[in-house]
Unconditional design. Structure first.
Length: 245
């Protein structure tokens, strides 16, 4: 996944400008960090200006969450919440034909989104990466291969518009919006650019027809939360289990 870093850019430029050298030895030492007893007040004053603004932004209330959302397998309430957001965002802002969505399990960066107010900063914790939504036209046979990979490697995760059962590390009883999967039909899938570009090792999406929106996954989640709040709704993923073993 992509995290922009000025330091990384500096190192690339620096390394490119010096003669190559062979590393002979690597050493490291551990140092205990004790309590800081004195801090330069000038730094505190300088940072406080930014801290007030950041805290106000990250503390923005988005929507009320009715229940704990945990990162689990095979069925992931937290992952399902995220994919619901992606599918909603794709349908309303990209292409109304969007019908299924996925969230790679390893990309969910916290294990629990607790019951109560959801604030902007929490969404940054869940999704700290600048990945974008991509709409892909995918044939049912390729989609089946992808679901088999999810079943074999991750054992489940967040999905929207899909239900299935995992049996002997294979995806079986696959339903797409309540209908059995059609291996010859084209489906409109929403996923991250990380997954579409082969992240995790599945490369079959790379050559398919795509709509790259530039719409950050994180922004899609935030917009979804705001939309629910404006409609007087709370976050509560459907009780029906989407993936089971």
């Amino acid at each position: 996944m992509k995290i922009k870093s000025f330091l990384g850019f500096f190192l690339i430029v620096f390394v490119g400008c010096v003669p190559s050298q062979r590393i002979q030895k690597i050493q490291y030492s551990g140092y205990a960090v004790g309590q800081v007893k004195q801090v330069d007040s000038s730094y505190i004053k300088m940072l406080s200006t930014y801290a007030d603004s950041v805290n106000k932004t990250m503390g923005e209330f988005l929507v009320e969450n009715e229940t704990d959302l945990n990162k689990e397998t095979p069925n992931s309430p937290l992952g399902n919440f995220l994919t619901d957001a992606y599918l909603w965002a794709a349908k309303t802002k990209m292409d109304s034909r969007a019908e299924i969505a996925f969230m790679n399990h390893g990309g969910v960066r916290i294990n629990r989104l607790g019951k109560g107010p959801i604030k902007r900063g929490m969404i940054y914790e869940v999704m700290p990466f600048d990945n974008v939504l991509v709409l892909v036209e995918v044939k049912g046979n390729i989609l089946k291969d992808y679901l088999d990979r999810i079943a074999f490697e991750g054992g489940g995760g967040g999905v929207a518009g899909v239900s299935m059962r995992i049996e002997e590390k294979k995806a079986v009883d696959i339903l797409i919006n309540g209908e059995p999967i059609d291996l010859s039909r084209t489906y409109y899938m929403v996923n991250s650019d990380y997954q579409v570009d082969g992240g995790g090792g599945f490369t079959a999406f790379k050559k398919l027809t795509q709509n790259r929106s530039g719409y950050l996954q994180r922004d899609a989640i935030i917009d979804y939360c705001r939309s629910n709040n404006l409609a007087g709704k709370k976050i509560n993923t459907e009780p029906k289990i989407r993936i089971r073993k």
